[in-house]
Write a protein that binds this ligand. Structure first.
Ligand code: SAM
Length: 269
């Protein structure tokens, strides 16, 4: 069935851009089931308080576990969209044997594990992703602890080694990376087969389009192989460029390349 995405935030308007582009179309087409919630709907006081001072002292404010708990209990129990009707699934005996849905709680935080293409591939296989957007100094740590020990799959994830003001921008990044891996979301599924951070683990080779000569940069002189029409040579040339680019720009990736996925030509390059 469609992937259900829930984002809980104190700035629901921040997520409005999800209505645009491929994600918006996937939602409209029923491939994604997107819900954005205002955390303040679960507050218990007339000031709609979501934060309090840190226990133990220190600067800033911490988001309250009781408010987050009320919100996440509701959202993690929300009904999941039905798979498109098929005779097989409609049979009651088959329904009884369906596996429990995979509901995942994602908490963006700069102190989380790094979100990578591998993480996106893993999370794209879930039935529901619930994103808890922190603000201020983040969410009381017992929230992650409570759901993990209650059997919920919890991932505390960082999108990179820098600090944002809130989880919203990080969630936009993660949703975009995950959603494009779901069947039907991209117009051309071929485009995710060989790109940076997939397959062999190389960065993508440089790409060009017409005009062949532009501002004194002439591909006929610099990239004659690409104009040769010889697809085997073109593939080899692009692969060499991918290896060279990865070695220069990302020595960390180069060091972690899977030797089984390299060929003799790569080693020579
Ligand atoms: N005091 C926290 C720390 O040093 O770990 C930083 C909190 S940050 C100012 C506020 C919120 O922004 C976090 O709760 C998280 O939701 C989000 N955030 C900031 N940087 C992030 C990153 N690199 N990846 C994911 N989320 C991030």
């Amino acid at each position: 069935g469609p992937l259900r995405l829930d984002v809980v935030t104190i700035f629901p308007d921040y997520l409005r851009v999800l209505d645009l582009s491929l994600i918006g179309r996937a939602h409209a087409d029923g491939l994604l089931d997107l819900h954005v919630h205002d955390l303040r709907d679960w507050t218990h006081d007339r000031h709609r308080t979501v934060d309090d001072t840190p226990i133990g002292g220190g600067a800033g404010m911490v988001m309250k576990p009781d408010v987050w708990g009320s919100a996440l209990d509701d959202v993690l129990a929300a009904p999941l969209p039905a798979a498109p009707a098929s005779a097989e699934v409609a049979e009651p005996t088959k329904v009884a044997s369906l596996p429990a849905p995979r509901r995942v709680l994602v908490i963006p935080t700069p102190s989380g594990e790094l979100f990578t293409q591998r993480t996106a591939e893993n999370l794209a296989g879930a039935d529901q992703l619930v994103f808890a957007c922190g603000r201020y100094e983040g969410i009381d740590a017992r929230v992650a602890e409570h759901y993990a020990s209650s059997g919920v799959e919890v991932h505390e994830l960082s999108i990179g080694d820098y600090v944002l003001n809130g989880g919203e921008a990080a969630v936009l990044v993660m949703i975009e990376a995950i959603a494009r891996l779901r069947p039907g979301v991209l117009g051309n599924p071929e485009s995710i087969v060989e790109e940076s951070h997939t397959g062999a683990g190389l960065l993508e080779y440089p790409v060009y389009t017409r005009p062949v000569a532009w501002r004194g940069l002439d591909l006929a002189a610099t990239e004659p192989v690409l104009l040769s029409g010889d697809h085997a040579r073109i593939d080899r040339h692009r692969r060499d460029q991918a290896v060279a680019r990865t070695a220069v720009r990302r020595p960390d990736l180069m060091a972690r390349l899977d030797p089984a996925r390299l060929d003799a030509g790569d080693r020579a390059a």
